[in-house]
Design a protein around this ligand. Structure first.
Ligand SMILES: *Cc1c(COP(=O)(O)O)cnc(C)c1O
Length: 433
């Protein structure tokens, strides 16, 4: 067999926690995502125990907005970073209080901002001066003072992130010099109160030294702001973007090295500014390993020397495995699931889905024990940026099921779209104009 290095005690090719995968797949129609509650909880406990105590954590719902998963994460004492009205309502429904929610995003609507103001969330992270002016007006209309944070596009950048979000022209945040300038004119916005700053440098960082360097740069800017502009920041959000290895040759982020590296940086900052709380904002790192995508081989066929395993769910459910959003696609950790019922001869397979497009390839020449039609295939490390980041409506297959294993319990946490539901959304309705 292969890929054992990706298997954990929580999710492997036979079990998710205490439940056999073959039993799950006999109960839930494939394709589906399955998550381990214990993996999620224990991973968060490890994260908190490893990194310095001074850090507070916020979960980026963008990575996986499933209500039940957000509930589990929030129960571990993690706040919510949301980017849309639905994410905001999900955070509340999952048990987060407004004081535990920050709202980020470059294009917030007036309706979303009004809801933030009505709730009085911890901070609206503003990404333009126009947005700040609008927020100020909405808070004035509501007769409140709404806390906000500046999302800063700093002059420095992060070289080690796979997707860089700052340090160059970007729609995210406000350029550093403009933030500094605005700090001298905050009295123009009397209905909002500066709570903090937010800097998000990039995603999929697997290099401990890069996390340390980012933290050092951000805290140094936070220090300048507090010293030279006479403001007090209640929090500094240092972003996060910690990665999860997916591909061959990618190695696990060394969390111990991150801890050792940022500890003195954080201690020095906190010595000078004990009032300022530090926030780390994480999506992928929190949920990435907690989920597996399960798809079933429908047909096996040979074509011009290659063996194809056509599965019932492909890139429509798991865009990332098909390379959506990456320049070149590489194989995620993939295994055949369940007990082998025949010889262990290894063969190479092209794993494809049901779409009528050649890009529907979720595994390229993957070595697997000889497959039969009906076999289950698992794609590991699929808890983040799964179905919500995939074209689930392409060819009208709809959203797949999501299930949670909690110890020996199996719980549906999102139902697959039915055909009736998808058609009902399209009933023509004349509008008055
Ligand atoms: C996407 C995003 C995150 C989460 O990124 P991960 O790489 O999943 O941790 C956090 N903050 C902001 C502002 C984002 O846009």
């Amino acid at each position: 067999m292969h890929n054992f290095k990706f298997q954990t005690e929580y999710i492997n090719s036979l079990h998710v926690d205490q439940v056999e995968i073959e039993k799950i797949a006999a109960t839930v129609k494939t394709p589906f995502y399955v998550y381990s509650a214990n993996q999620l909880k224990n991973h968060l406990i490890t994260l908190k125990n490893t990194l310095p105590d001074a850090l507070n954590y916020f979960y980026s719902l963008k990575a996986n907005p499933n209500l039940s998963l957000v509930g589990i994460i929030h129960q571990q004492g993690v706040g919510c970073e949301v980017c849309s009205l639905a994410e905001l309502e999900t955070a509340l429904a999952a048990g987060a209080s407004p004081a535990e929610i920050i709202f980020v995003g470059p294009g917030k609507s007036e309706h979303e901002l009004s809801r933030c103001v009505a709730l009085g969330i911890k901070a609206v992270v503003v990404e333009s001066l126009s947005e700040l002016a609008l927020l100020n007006k909405l808070a004035e209309n509501a007769g409140v003072v709404q806390p906000f944070a500046f999302r800063i596009n700093p002059n420095f950048t992060s070289e080690k992130a796979r997707l860089v979000m700052s340090g160059k022209p970007r729609q995210f945040g406000i350029d550093e010099h403009l933030v500094l300038e605005t700090l001298n004119h905050l009295d123009q916005y009397p209905h909002v109160a500066l709570e903090g700053i937010h800097i998000y440098l990039g995603t999929r960082i697997l290099d401990a030294e890069a996390v340390v360097a980012n933290t050092r740069n951000i805290l140094s800017l936070a220090e300048t702001i507090q010293r030279e502009y006479g403001v007090t920041l209640n929090f500094v959000d240092i972003g996060g973007g910690l990665g999860v290895p997916y591909y061959p040759r990618e190695t696990e982020l060394d969390l111990d090295a991150v801890a050792t590296g940022i500890e003195p940086v954080i201690r020095e900052f906190r010595d000078h500014f004990p009032e300022t709380k530090l926030i780390m904002e994480l999506g992928r790192f929190i949920v990435g390993r907690s989920g597996m995508f399960v798809t079933r081989v429908r047909y096996l066929k040979a074509s011009k020397g290659k063996m194809f395993a056509v599965c019932d769910g492909g890139s429509n459910c798991h865009g990332a495995a098909a390379g959506l959003g990456s320049v070149i696609r590489k194989n995620f950790p993939i295994a055949r699931l369940g007990t082998a019922h025949h010889a262990h001869d290894v063969q190479h397979y092209m794993l494809t889905g049901p779409l009528c497009t050649p890009t529907d390839l979720i595994g390229d020449d993957v070595p697997l024990p000889q497959l039969d039609e009906g076999d289950l295939i698992g794609i590991f490390h699929s808890g983040a940026y799964g179905p919500t980041a995939s074209p689930v409506y392409f060819l009208s297959f709809g959203y797949p099921s999501e299930v949670l294993v909690d110890g020996d319990q199996l719980i549906v946490i999102r139902h697959a779209d039915g055909v009736e539901h998808m058609l009902a959304q399209q009933q023509p309705q004349p509008l008055a104009v």
